[in-house]
Design a protein around this ligand. Structure first.
Ligand SMILES: Cc1cc2nc3c(=O)[nH]c(=O)nc-3n(C[C@H](O)[C@H](O)[C@H](O)COP(=O)(O)O)c2cc1C
Length: 170
């Protein structure tokens, strides 16, 4: 196939148009420690390895949660249940103007790690193993120290909307 001479802006627009049709679970990445507490909604989450258990999240270089994850050297990936759209919006900063603390009123559960675990979420509690700068984002790779499996259907983000999963018949 002949390569077309697209501008960087064209490539960006094509990429974003394609990514609209990629469905992801919605997570909240939390961290706590000497740098302080923080949390951000993140859809760029993936399993990396089972031996040992490792995951990755991609955080924008501007993210204040990233700054704290790097300093605290710990984070928790909270995969939200389908009923938790309000939590996803909260940690995406939708209410930052009227609410100074994103954690206010959020029910947390106990764990052996410092990072907050959101009640009802499937949680992967990690120590930060490695960071890698890639374009506008930083890939944070975590070694999983504890997993809390939630028995629920996760909230999905696709086509710039929150969605539910349903079974395919047959
Ligand atoms: C559905 C959804 C998915 C998001 N996924 C990511 C992501 O993967 N990485 C990221 O850096 N920001 C993502 N964001 C944006 C952050 O949640 C948002 O910029 C947040 O305010 C960052 O907070 P912080 O600067 O306190 O870390 C997403 C937002 C939404 C609504």
């Amino acid at each position: 196939m002949q390569a077309t001479s697209k501008t960087d802006e064209d490539l960006r627009e094509d990429f974003l148009a394609g990514m609209r049709y990629v469905a992801n679970s919605v997570t909240v990445v939390t961290t706590d420690g000497s740098a302080g507490i923080s949390g951000a909604t993140v859809s760029a989450f993936s399993s990396v390895s089972a031996d040992p258990p490792m995951v990755l999240v991609c955080l924008n270089a501007d993210s204040s949660t990233l700054t704290m994850v790097k300093e605290n050297k710990d984070f928790c990936v909270n995969v939200l249940p389908e009923g938790a759209k309000h939590i996803a919006e909260r940690f995406a900063g939708f209410h930052d103007n009227e609410l100074s603390d994103r954690f206010e009123g959020i029910d947390l559960t106990t764990s052996n790690g410092p990072s907050p675990v959101i009640s009802g979420a499937t949680a992967f509690i990690c120590e930060l193993a490695e960071t890698l700068v890639s374009g506008s984002h930083v890939i944070c790779i975590g070694r999983v120290l504890e997993t809390h499996a939630g028995n629920f259907t996760p909230l999905i983000y696709m086509d710039r909307k929150f969605k539910r999963i349903s079974d395919v018949e047959g």
